[in-house]
Design a protein around this ligand. Structure first.
Ligand code: CMP
Length: 140
């Protein structure tokens, strides 16, 4: 089934000059970039994006990190896009990630883990709509 998912190159990924590296891996897996932008989230915007984690002990630190520098937001489209992106990223904690995945290769910690990808169709819908309006997502 063709799906759409939201991915973010997080502030650590941008600082480490990994924007192209991340997008290249998604494109090589056959996924299409159908929306793309760079922005610097405010703390409040990061809190809104991660609201499902608001009760977690790491919420304040996570949202400070996510608003610490520019990020690259993108919508990816393709067969099983949600699962594919998660496989390419690797486990949330780089220590648990499969060899060759983005997080295993480049992430420093469970929080500063380079890249985000939606974890379900429901989150993808919310996350895409949080950052992009219909005119900013393209048919290709
Ligand atoms: P992400 O896939 O963007 O979803 C939620 C984020 O919270 C996750 O990546 C990490 O950046 C962060 N996170 C998840 N678990 C922890 C944790 N135990 N400690 C700190 N940060 C975490």
């Amino acid at each position: 089934m063709t799906e759409r998912t939201l991915s973010i190159v997080k502030p650590d990924g941008v600082r480490k000059n990994l924007i192209g590296e991340v997008i290249k891996r998604f494109e090589e897996a056959g996924l299409k970039v159908v929306a793309l932008k760079m922005t610097h989230l405010t703390k409040q915007q990061a809190q809104g994006f991660y609201h499902v984690h608001r009760e977690r002990p790491f919420f304040d630190s996570l949202t400070s990190f996510m608003s610490s520098g520019p990020v690259v937001l993108m919508v990816l489209e393709g067969e099983e896009a949600i699962k594919k992106v998660r496989e390419i990223m690797g486990a949330t904690n780089p220590a648990d990630a499969e060899p060759g995945t983005i997080r295993k290769l480049f992430a420093d910690s469970i929080e500063e883990n380079i890249v985000h990808g939606s974890d379900s169709a429901e989150s993808a819908r919310f996350e895409i709509g949080y950052f992009f309006n219909a005119l900013e997502v393209f048919e290709r």
